[in-house]
Ligand binder design. Structure first.
Ligand SMILES: [Zn+2]
Length: 80
């Protein structure tokens, strides 16, 4: 019984934290680049402009195509 009560408390806290503190994390190496660039932010739309800029200066990709943007987004992971 004690374990069950603790479990509920923990999952509530985890849920609460994930709502207020969740971040989207991106790593260039996940896309196959030999690159240590990482970036995170509260939402995908918050980090995309920074990633686009990185792509431009570090990988000489002037403009990401919609397909490439989808590829980048598919590598986003939510962290707490
Ligand atoms: Zn990179």
């Amino acid at each position: 019984m004690h374990v069950i009560i603790r479990f509920h408390t923990t999952s509530f806290l985890t849920y609460f934290k994930s709502v207020i503190m969740a971040k989207v994390h991106y790593r260039c190496s996940d896309l196959g680049y030999q690159c240590s660039f990482e970036y995170d932010g509260p939402k995908p739309e918050d980090i995309l402009p920074r990633i686009k800029m990185h792509m431009k200066y570090a990988h000489q990709i002037q403009e990401l195509s919609p397909e490439e943007i989808e590829k980048v987004k598919s590598k986003f992971r939510t962290v707490e």
